[in-house]
Design a protein. Structure first.
Length: 220
């Protein structure tokens, strides 16, 4: 059973909150993250989601190369969860992929990631449990260089892009397993309509012995 179905009892429609603010930015070398069930409304329809510290996406984390950071993650979901640090070189036990060298974070439990930061750049973090990434368990991660950045700037921005659908991730996955182009052609755009029409040659029909050929000439 996927996360979207498993958390059904945790949601209260009357208390649902629309997320309409930008995620916070957390800096330092110790971070506390709390994962909870929530609602989102991006399309005018409230759907089940997951929040991290009250926001979707989760807070933007800013680390610094050369330091060791700790991230304490508390799981308030009714199912197992995890956080994977995408693209970041970390000790195996801190990679956050359940079933490898990490058991996952059980409901009501807290896990502390301890990560020596050996690189810099812009990355992201996300769940590696079920379909939790698809319903909001994601966030941006910026690692500042150990020394002064060689590129001067007044202010930098982290831009995190993600697809969203009100359809449950399990339904999307099931549709794609049955038909890989399910979402490609069931909702055609103007561009695909024009391209498909150009590929279709008109069928010309005549009557009796005076049928007109494909190029407009009478057959001999």
């Amino acid at each position: 059973m996927g996360i979207a179905a498993a958390v059904e009892g945790k949601f209260n429609q009357a208390d649902a909150e629309v997320i309409d603010h930008s995620p916070s930015v957390l800096t330092g070398n110790h971070f506390d993250l709390t994962i909870e069930p929530h609602h989102a409304n991006f399309t005018g329809r409230r759907t089940k989601a997951i929040k991290i510290n009250g926001s979707l996406p989760g807070p933007t984390l800013r680390w610094r190369e050369g330091e060791t950071v700790t991230v304490a993650v508390t799981n308030h979901l009714p199912v197992m969860t995890s956080i994977h640090w995408h693209g970041v070189r970390v000790p195996a036990a801190m990679d956050g992929v359940p079933g490898l060298s990490f058991a996952g974070i059980a409901p009501g439990q807290r896990f502390v990631y301890r990560i020596p930061v050996v690189q810099n750049g812009t990355y992201w973090y996300h769940s590696h449990s079920g379909s939790q990434e698809q319903i909001g368990l994601i966030g941006a991660l910026v690692i500042e260089p150990r020394d002064k950045d060689p590129i001067a700037y007044d202010r930098d921005y982290a831009v995190l892009l993600s697809d969203w659908t009100d359809t449950s991730p399990e339904t999307v996955y099931s549709n794609l397993k049955k038909q890989s182009d399910y979402y490609n052609f069931h909702k055609r755009t103007a561009g695909t309509f024009v391209r498909r029409r150009k590929k279709q040659r008109p069928a010309l029909h005549g009557t009796g012995s005076t049928d007109v050929g494909a190029h407009g000439h009478e057959p001999h």
